[in-house]
Design a protein around this ligand. Structure first.
Ligand SMILES: Nc1ncnc2c1ncn2[C@@H]1O[C@H](COP(=O)(O)OP(=O)(O)OP(=O)(O)O)[C@@H](O)[C@H]1O
Ligand SMILES: Cc1cn([C@H]2C[C@H](O)[C@@H](COP(=O)(O)O)O2)c(=O)[nH]c1=O
Length: 213
């Protein structure tokens, strides 16, 4: 497959969506719209968006942690088959807002289901497909949650509402993943002004793919 699969990860409010949108525009300017694809997890296609509704329904307060983990994995599987593989086959640069590392950090660590266990259940879903590059936007949990409270209070999902300790555990898990996979995962300081974060992300992508930017 000719395309490039790049995932973006980070705690809530790190700025992934804001960064990806601008990176996407810059890549479209360089390569043309047909060669660049933005997508997100959970979601990115009709079935996975339906699973997203169930996952984030504020009334589903009694959802079991394993059910949650399996639903994220199911949404991922459909997303891979419907969007990511066809995009890669068409030679696209795929910018994906969250992927398997989110499950490891949120369900494995945050929910306490075990990072190894979540990695294992996701193997069935991903069937060997991993991003070639993961941009990890690192932010202190308090800062990320404050950004959401200040700017996005009308769009808070079931996981955003978790306590501060949950989000701190998620961040520590991300930092561990970064330490364990330094070849794939690149850390960017997301506490910087947005323009500087975008500049750093652009440079990191260029380091990995000299034909981009
Ligand atoms: N570097 C930054 N400095 C200050 N504010 C920022 C920065 N990056 C993003 N923001 C603001 O923080 C809020 C959250 O950003 P955004 O939605 O891009 O984060 P996210 O990582 O996609 O969050 P989530 O994972 O919860 O969807 C937005 O209101 C955005 O304008
Ligand atoms: C893929 C994935 C996501 N999550 C969580 C992380 C966030 O709290 C939400 C997604 O919200 P966003 O605004 O679209 O970033 O879902 C998770 O817990 N596990 C996962 O695998």
């Amino acid at each position: 497959m000719d395309g490039k699969f790049i995932s973006f990860e980070g705690p809530d409010g790190a700025g992934k969506t804001s960064v990806i949108r601008q990176i996407q525009q810059k890549l479209v300017d360089q390569l043309g719209a047909e060669k660049v694809m933005y997508t997100r997890e959970p979601g990115g296609n009709k079935i996975s968006e339906q699973i997203r509704q169930i996952l984030f329904d504020g009334q589903n307060t009694d959802m079991d942690g394993r059910t949650e983990a399996l639903l994220f994995a199911a949404a991922r599987r459909q997303h891979i088959v419907s969007e990511i593989i066809p995009g890669l086959q068409a030679g696209k640069v795929i910018l994906c807002d969250r992927f398997i590392d989110s499950s490891i950090a949120y369900q494995g660590a945050g929910r306490g289901l075990g990072e190894k266990e979540i990695w294992q259940i996701n193997q069935f879903a991903i069937d060997g497909l991993m991003p070639i590059l993961t941009i990890y936007l690192d932010i202190e949990s308090e800062v990320g949650l404050r950004r959401i409270a200040e700017h996005r209070a009308n769009q808070v999902n079931r996981l955003d509402k978790e306590k501060l300790d949950f989000h701190r555990t998620v961040r520590q898990s991300y930092l561990k993943l970064y330490k364990n996979y330094p070849g794939r995962i690149k850390l960017i300081d997301a506490s910087q002004p947005l323009e500087k974060v975008i500049e750093d992300v652009q440079a990191t992508i260029h380091d990995r793919f000299s034909d981009l930017f």
